[in-house]
Design a protein around this ligand. Structure first.
Ligand SMILES: Nc1ncnc2c1ncn2[C@@H]1O[C@H](COP(=O)(O)OP(=O)(O)OP(=O)(O)O)[C@@H](O)[C@H]1O
Length: 759
């Protein structure tokens, strides 16, 4: 059964099996079924029409064969497809190829006769076969049986042959099967390898695609990064451009500010310069006018002056006589000394010649030498004696001078009345009289305004004052200076001297003190002239100047920077041991020549005008102090002197009630009044002369500054300046009363009694 099944599956029949079966089967039906099958396949329709029964059987067989053939075909198809896939069976020459139902090829030179199968087309069927005959014209039963017999025999032989062939084929099939299984295995391996390779390929592909993706990502990242960098750079460039632009604009603005500032400064300086020049022109104009006026007044007063001078001349003559006598004595001494000196020199020369001549005689020589030596020593002693005498004379002169000054009083008061100015009408001038004008010129009378009594009587109140000297309106600065020149000499001699100008605004203080021919320039000129004369007597002087201002109880440096006025703080310090005053941060100018004082005065005036808010206001509202330190050194005697000359131009003394001041002006006025009142208090305290008594120097900046120049061994002179105007009468009287108070003060050894007469 198995082999039958296998054959049935393969479509091939074992020879034995087929023979056995053939014996059991009726031959006609067997022949029918065998012969019918190809026909059915070829001409199915025509067979059916010949016999219905036979047709049905044939159909069954045909179907069964068809099933087998289909199965074989399916197997052969599978084989063919398996072998055909790549692993071909051994060459046709060595292994006989099995004849499949689908085989259409006939291997060339094949030795085994191929069995006829139901599926064969029988192309090589002999011409004399039954089938060939069927196509023939004659057809009978016997022939037919015979033919069938033959055919059957042939068939049997063929079947046996086919059985043999089948065996060979079976082996071949087995071989093929083994081969097929090998091929199958190798195919499986190949497939697996292929699969692996495919997997690998897929992996590689996926890796490649990943790498591709990664590359793309990297490229994208790179592009993004590049874009970012580009963006950043653009932003940075933009920021830098903006910053640069800002900086440029700032620099431009700064530059413009600077240019504006410089322009402003230049304009300011130009304005200042213009103002200064304008002031100078005005000053020069007024100076010229003054000079003209002065010349006229000078001419008018010439005769009067001559008369006064004649009197003075007489006094001077007497003094001169005394001086001449002492000078004569000194000259005689000097002449004697000079003569002696000349004689000695000629003697020395003669003796030198004689020494040479007398070289041989040793004794005479030594005697002569001794004589000469003696003479020389005598002459030197005599010269020294003369010099000593001269020095003593100078010391004596200083002592006498000081005594004279002391006798005159260590505090003196001069009164000066200025002339009416051009613009002031004659009617506005007050009545002022000078009772002793032709004698001592020490008195002044102020005739008050007309007053009506209750009874209707008209009267005038006269106020009389007496001082050390009264100068009328015609007096010039030169004449005033003559009176104070001896005080300047005291400063050179080592005393502290203080000269004040007191009076209301416009009364002539600045004119007296600081004008170009005022007391300050004159004092400096005199000091230079005297210092030069004293050089012969061994004195050398150095002069240092400060110019300060006391404004609203603040100290300002008038020789310093104008911008620092009222801003920079200066302190006053006293060296109580050496009686010296030091001002911190002050400009000290060494006066090398008398001409320098002019530039100093101009500098101070310019500084004051910068600080002024209205013309002339500053000088009226502050006290100015010109401090001249005179340090003398005598190289012969070793003497040393240190004197200070203080020239003070006080602020306007008008009373608060009269000034009607408010605000800043009120403060200024209060400060001025307070400091002037302090000055009065200090002088008054000094006048009481009590040893160790408290002197209120500290109550004001001015008195504190002048502490060592007020009182003690110092000499003080106060000018009370008077305006000639009727409108200023009340202030004039107040000033004169204050001056009287000062005049009545006794400082030092001299004591005087001033007279104040009211009528
Ligand atoms: N003796 C004089 N001879 C001629 N002119 C004078 C005399 N005294 C003063 N003057 C003139 O009077 C005017 C006022 O004088 P000055 O400025 O000296 O007064 P002052 O008291 O210093 O005023 P202030 O307190 O305002 O500084 C000036 O024009 C000045 O030239």
């Amino acid at each position: 059964m198995n082999s039958a099944n296998t054959n049935s599956r393969s479509g091939l029949m074992q020879p034995g099996t087929i023979a056995g079966k053939s014996s059991g089967l009726p031959q006609p039906s067997r022949s029918k079924s065998v012969t019918q099958a190809p026909e059915t396949r070829k001409t199915g329709t025509s067979t059916t029409s010949r016999s219905a029964t036979g047709t049905t059987r044939v159909h069954t067989r045909a179907n069964s064969t068809s099933t087998r053939s289909a199965s074989t075909a399916s197997r052969s198809g599978h084989f063919s497809s398996t072998v055909g896939y790549g692993a071909r069976p051994p060459a046709a020459g060595t292994v006989p190829r099995s004849q499949s139902s689908l085989g259409t090829r006939k291997p060339a030179g094949q030795s085994i006769t191929r069995p006829a199968t139901s599926l064969d087309t029988h192309d090589e069927e002999p011409a004399g076969s039954v089938l060939g005959k069927r196509k023939g014209a004659e057809w009978d039963q016997d022939t037919r049986e015979k033919t069938m017999e033959e055919f059957f025999n042939a068939f049997v032989s063929r079947v046996s042959q086919a059985g043999q062939e089948s065996f060979g084929l079976k082996e071949t099939v087995e071989l093929y099967k083994t081969r097929v299984s090998e091929l199958e295995a190798s195919r499986k391996e190949g497939t697996e390898a292929n699969l692996l390779l495919r997997v690998e390929l897929e992996t590689m592909k996926s890796q490649l695609s990943k790498a591709d993706d990664a590359l793309k990502d990297a490229q994208r990242d790179h592009e993004i990064a590049m874009d970012d960098i580009d963006q950043k750079q653009r932003v940075e460039t933009e920021t830098m451009r903006q910053e640069n632009k800002k900086q440029l604009e700032a620099l431009k603005a700064q530059h413009q500010d600077e240019v504006r500032e410089i322009t402003r400064r230049f304009e300011r300086e130009l304005d200042d310069e213009k103002a200064m020049r304008h002031r100078e022109v005005n000053q020069m104009t007024s100076q010229t006018a003054l000079d003209t006026q002065r010349t006229r007044i000078e001419l008018e007063t010439k005769d009067r002056e001559i008369a006064t001078l004649q009197g003075d001349l007489q006094t001077l003559r007497n003094e001169m006589e005394r001086e001449r006598k002492s000078n004569l004595d000194l000259r005689q001494n000097l002449d004697t000394a000079s003569t002696n000196s000349v004689t000695l020199e000629s003697s020395i020369r003669a003796l030198k010649a004689r020494i040479e001549f007398l070289e041989s005689g040793r004794e005479e020589q030594s005697q002569a030498f001794e004589q000469i030596n003696q003479r020389m020593m005598d002459a030197a002693a005599e010269t020294e004696e003369t010099k000593e005498k001269l020095r003593k004379e100078e010391t004596l002169r200083r002592k006498l001078h000081n005594q004279v000054q002391e006798l005159k009083g260590n505090i003196r008061v001069f009164c000066r009345v200025r002339p009416p100015l051009k613009e002031e009408s004659v009617t506005s001038v007050a009545q002022i009289q000078y009772p002793d004008e032709s004698e001592d010129s020490k008195e002044i009378s102020i005739i008050g305004p007309e007053e009506k009594s209750s009874l209707g009587a008209v009267s005038r109140k006269n106020s009389n004052f007496s001082y050390d000297r009264v100068f009328g309106p015609s007096t010039q600065n030169a004449e005033v200076f003559e009176e104070i020149s001896q005080l300047v000499q005291s400063a050179l001699d080592g005393y502290n001297v203080c000269i004040f100008c007191y009076g209301q605004t416009g009364s002539g203080k600045t004119h007296t003190m600081s004008s170009l021919d005022g007391m300050i320039p004159r004092a400096v000129h005199q000091i230079y002239a005297t210092a030069q004369q004293l050089e012969e007597k061994g004195w050398t002087y150095t002069m240092e100047g400060n110019f300060v201002e006391v404004y609203n109880e603040n100290l300002n440096d008038l020789l310093g920077n104008a911008d620092e006025l009222d801003k920079k703080k200066h302190e006053i310090r006293h060296d109580m041991q050496r009686c010296k005053t030091i001002i911190t941060d002050i400009t000290t100018v060494r006066l090398e020549s008398p001409e320098m004082v002019e530039s100093l005065l101009k500098r101070a005036a310019a500084n004051r005008s910068v600080a002024a808010t209205k013309a002339n206001e500053r000088s009226s509202r502050s006290h100015s102090v010109f401090i001249l330190k005179l340090i003398g050194q005598n190289s012969v005697t070793g003497e040393r002197s240190e004197g200070t000359l203080n020239l003070v131009d006080l602020a306007g003394s008008e009373r608060l009630s009269h000034s009607g001041a408010t605000g800043e002006r009120l403060k200024e006025t209060q400060n001025i009044n307070r400091s002037l009142s302090c000055l009065g208090d200090v002088i008054s305290a000094l006048g009481q002369g009590r040893e160790g008594a408290h002197i209120p120097y500290r109550n004001s900046k001015l008195t504190y500054l002048l502490q060592f120049s007020l009182g003690g061994n110092s000499k003080t002179l106060m000018f009370v300046m008077v305006s000639p105007l009727q409108a200023h009468l009340a202030e004039t009287l107040t000033s004169l009363k204050f001056a009287t108070k000062v005049h009545n003060t006794h400082i030092g050894t001299a004591k005087r009694q001033a007279r104040v007469r009211d009528s």
